[in-house]
Write a protein that binds this ligand. Sequence first.
Ligand SMILES: [Zn+2]
Length: 288
Amino acid sequence: MIQALSPAREAIKMAQLWRVVHGLTFPINAGALAQEWSRNVAPEAPIGELQARELKGFEGGLFWLKERKVWALLYHPHPDLPGRSNFTVAHEFGHYVLHRKLQEAFQCSQSATLGITGARIEREADQFASYLLMPIDDYTQQVRGRRITLDLLGECADRYGVSLTASILKWLEFTDQAAVAVMGREGMLHWWKASGSAKKYTFGTLQEGMELPLGSLAVCADQALSTADYRSGVEHPEGVWPIRLPVREMVVLSDRYDMSISLLVLDAPGVEHPDAPDEDMTTTLPSL
Ligand SMILES: [Zn+2]
């Protein structure tokens, strides 16, 4: 029986190995690390091919090439979004480290490489990529004492060589703040993830498949707002989103995938005034 490895633990070990060689430099180059590590640890079955290739319907794949006795790691190229590729490569590297004895072929969709699929091995590979590329100790230092905006999380995405989505989801994993990321598709709530301290406020309120709220930035693009507003956030009173608190909503809209990602930071102390939503707050923009 093959003993299951912990994705987070294996990734943390790997990130430490990277630091020994490269010091505290980011981003971690998942492809270089994958090839080097596999050659050392499994010389009889290393990752011998690493290629950007158009993969119809897939973001990445890992395939055993029987004749050559090497694994091929393929990833969909995103010249304009290099972070997407680095994360996908790290995800496939995760399959190599954790699952290569279980299967000889892995084909991973966009949802899988964003960690929003139910399949266990996909979630594990995603967790591996997340822990490998975004060490929590370093990430915590980057955001400590700073107001969370998409610009700040975007800086972190650049630092770690990942997409903004990946950096948002990672931040939710370790932050003390009450916050929720909501992914929308064609006006519907497609998927969501809450930080630990937000769960008690969102429990039973957000459902996959529900319509996104009409007053949200995700749905109601306000021409009066600039991109900077969308990225630093607009304050909503309680009730705009079905959450029992006022929230600050930041949003990224992606035409390419017909998707929106709203990051809601809950005004947790506002729980003291649950019956007094302040209508005026909708147009009050915070300044940095
Ligand atoms: Zn996968």
